[in-house]
Design a protein around this ligand. Structure first.
Ligand code: C2E
Ligand code: MG
Ligand code: MG
Ligand code: MG
Length: 284
């Protein structure tokens, strides 16, 4: 009887795995189709100087404009993209689109720093530093207007290779930031190992900053740490004025969050934050 039960649960388990695999394969082929059809878009979220709310940059965030479902969140599909054959193609599209946009804004007289989220595959294969150099060359974008955001899972890759890549990228004048700082297992050791230019405090620490004294302590010491190490800092997830004020009092220079602006299409970003007429983005 015990044996039969085990066999039964084994079958259920197996079919659950099969179902999940099928879902994944379906999503993967939908994503490949979406890529062919040009259904991906980059949204831009403002990053501001906290003391006066002036615009300093934008983070480029991918969206999938799905015919039936509307905009699909990257949290839903990027994990699949990042572990599929599509990864490189989509990562390249993100880099190219964001750089071209940043250059168009630069040409229109707006110095908007654009931050791109790197995918793990970009450090696995190929020469990222070389691709970045080529892209800067092709678009004419001023290197200091480009930032690359990396998460801890990216830093887990071949250490020597990542180190070499970062150094070469920084030599170009492009900055490398540590994203979601504090959420991983070894944030501090990565700060020591890699030549990072700045860090972004994860929104999970910022959202309850006003009510959670542990979060306040973590955010406060992270800001102090960044100063001691000479790193720039951006706080994510600022949803109200009071949180921004606390961050200012803690000495945080820059921030990003719904209070200042949600991620939005480039045209909306221009209308709301830039001064000149809509610049023309040249076709791919
Ligand atoms: P992330 O890089 O940490 O991006 C910040 C996320 O926080 C964004 O979610 C943004 O919409 C959200 N956010 C910003 N301000 C607030 C706020 O005040 N409150 C709250 N609750 N959330 C806020 P999004 O756009 O859904 O992106 C999720 C994640 O997907 C990103 O986290 C990033 O890891 C990944 N991702 C997005 N776009 C790309 C991309 O082009 N390439 C790669 N490789 N990953 C991407
Ligand atoms: Mg990011
Ligand atoms: Mg983040
Ligand atoms: Mg995140």
């Amino acid at each position: 009887r015990a044996k039969a039960t085990r066999r039964g649960s084994h079958v259920i388990f197996e079919s659950a795995i099969r179902q999940e695999l099928e879902n994944r394969l379906t999503l993967e082929s939908e994503l490949a189709l979406a890529s062919d059809r040009g259904e991906f878009e980059l949204f831009y979220q403002p990053q501001v100087r906290l003391v006066d709310g002036s615009l300093v940059g934008a983070e480029a965030l991918i969206r999938w404009r799905h015919a039936a479902r509307g905009y699909v969140s990257p949290a839903e599909f990027m994990p699949v993209v990042n572990t599929s054959a599509l990864s490189e193609r989509i990562a390249n599209w993100v880099m190219e689109t964001a750089c071209r946009q940043a250059r168009a804004w630069e040409m229109s007289g707006n110095r908007v720093r654009v931050a791109i989220n790197l995918s793990p595959s970009q450090l696995d294969s190929g020469d990222l530093a070389h691709s970045v150099a080529e892209l800067l060359d092709a678009t004419g974008l001023t290197p200091s207007l480009l930032e690359l955001e990396v998460t801890e899972d990216i830093l887990l890759h071949d250490e020597a290779r990542v180190l070499d890549m970062f150094k070469r990228i920084q030599k170009l004048g492009v900055r490398v930031l540590f994203d979601d700082f504090g959420t991983g297992y070894a944030s501090l050791s990565y700060l020591k190992k890699f030549p990072l230019d700045g860090l972004k405090i994860d929104r999970s620490f910022v959202l309850d900053l006003l009510t959670d004294s542990d979060d306040a302590a973590i955010v406060g010491s992270t800001i102090g740490l960044s100063k001691q190490l000479g790193l720039t800092i951006v706080a994510e997830g600022i949803e109200n004025r009071a949180t921004a004020d606390v961050l200012i009092s803690m000495g945080c220079a820059e921030g990003q969050g719904y209070f200042f602006g949600r991620p939005m299409p480039a045209e909306a970003f221009e209308r709301q934050f830039l001064t000149t007429e809509r610049p023309v983005v040249s076709a791919a």
